[in-house]
Design a protein around this ligand. Structure first.
Ligand SMILES: NC(=O)c1ccc[n+]([C@@H]2O[C@H](COP(=O)([O-])OP(=O)(O)OC[C@H]3O[C@@H](n4cnc5c(N)ncnc54)[C@H](OP(=O)(O)O)[C@@H]3O)[C@@H](O)[C@H]2O)c1
Length: 286
């Protein structure tokens, strides 16, 4: 059985990677205290002992606000830590997948879907860290595959406690009979994490480089949720437009799927996946 090393295994994505691939791979998923990715020696020791064939690096400071509040700490983890993982993967001949983000496109003047070869100049700390991490990882290890993920959700584990995702927040607001308010100045893909997990394995065959990796979506978030409600025949009366969020700096970080599609990897469009997943949810949840 091939060996797979997973970082960030207590996180939203990492915990799912471990569940999804255990059994198919011999998975090692050290916690933060067992392998601190900012500690180069510690990282090399784990690689030397386990000798992974594959690495999926999902450890990060993924909270955008936290990166603004604690930029030194987040830089160390998001940039230096990622570089350590990419370098160790090169040294020990492991194919390495690293999680980047669609936020690298925030602040771009390009109209329409963003492509991987676009010159980016991210508007927030998190986006700048992800961009720098991509550059440094490719510099250390040109074979590594950097996946620009979008906002993810999971409909299968709604009852477990975790940090909120798009679907969990939507349903808890519906249950609480609260108004649902979504921004009109924010356009981005929203992706079912189960598609991400399924597609990860296919990226192990890809050439090193950067890839957009999520559901395409050209609607703003308000329009997306409204179209989802219409598609599911849910009551859209409580849906409200949020005209304030991103009004001063409208965000459009919608990604082109073209490069990934050319490699034979596809994601359902955001709306299609939301309707499919929404229809599976017990109406009692509403
Ligand atoms: N979730 C999304 O919608 C989304 C969207 C786009 C991109 N991404 C990217 O996808 C990846 C996974 O995101 P996520 O939502 O799963 O993040 P998450 O839930 O915040 O999990 C982050 C993980 O990183 C670990 N970690 C932090 N610092 C570490 C260190 N120094 N050494 C070792 N482990 C450390 C954390 O462990 P402790 O808690 O023990 O510190 C935790 O397991 C990240 O790269 C993120 O930027 C996520």
């Amino acid at each position: 059985m091939k060996r797979l090393l997973v970082t960030g295994a207590s996180g939203f994505l990492g915990s799912r990677i471990v569940k999804f691939y255990s059994g198919k791979y011999d998975v090692l998923a050290p916690g933060h205290s067992e392998m601190d990715i900012t500690d180069e020696e510690n990282v090399y020791k784990v690689f030397k002992n386990f000798k992974p064939h594959f690495v999926i690096h999902s450890a990060a400071v993924s909270d955008v606000g936290m990166c603004d509040r604690e930029p030194e700490r987040s830089w160390k983890i998001n940039v230096d830590g990622s570089r350590n993982i990419a370098a160790a993967s090169a040294e020990f001949h492991a194919k390495c997948l690293l999680c980047s983000s669609d936020q690298v496109y925030f602040g771009s003047n390009v109209k329409g879907l963003h492509r991987e070869d676009e010159i980016v100049s991210p508007a927030n700390t998190y986006g700048r860290e992800k961009k720098k991490a991509e550059e440094e990882c490719l510099d250390k290890n040109p074979e590594c595959v950097l996946l620009r993920l979008s906002w993810m959700y999971d409909t299968r584990t709604m009852s477990e406690w975790e940090h909120s995702d798009f679907f969990r927040t939507l349903l808890s607001r519906l249950q609480a009979q609260e108004d649902l308010c979504y921004p009109v100045y924010d356009v981005r893909g929203i992706t079912d994490v189960n598609e991400v997990l399924f597609n990860f394995e296919k990226t192990l065959e890809l050439k090193g480089g950067v890839y957009n990796f999520g559901s395409p979506n050209d609607k703003n978030t308000y329009e997306t949720v409204r179209a989802m409600f219409m598609g599911l025949k849910w009551d859209a009366a409580r849906l409200k437009r949020n005209e304030e969020a991103f009004a001063s700096n409208p965000r459009n970080i919608s990604m082109s799927p073209a490069k990934l599609n050319q490699c034979g990897i596809t994601f359902l469009p955001t709306l299609e996946a939301l309707i499919r997943n929404g229809s599976r949810i017990d109406t009692d949840m509403k």
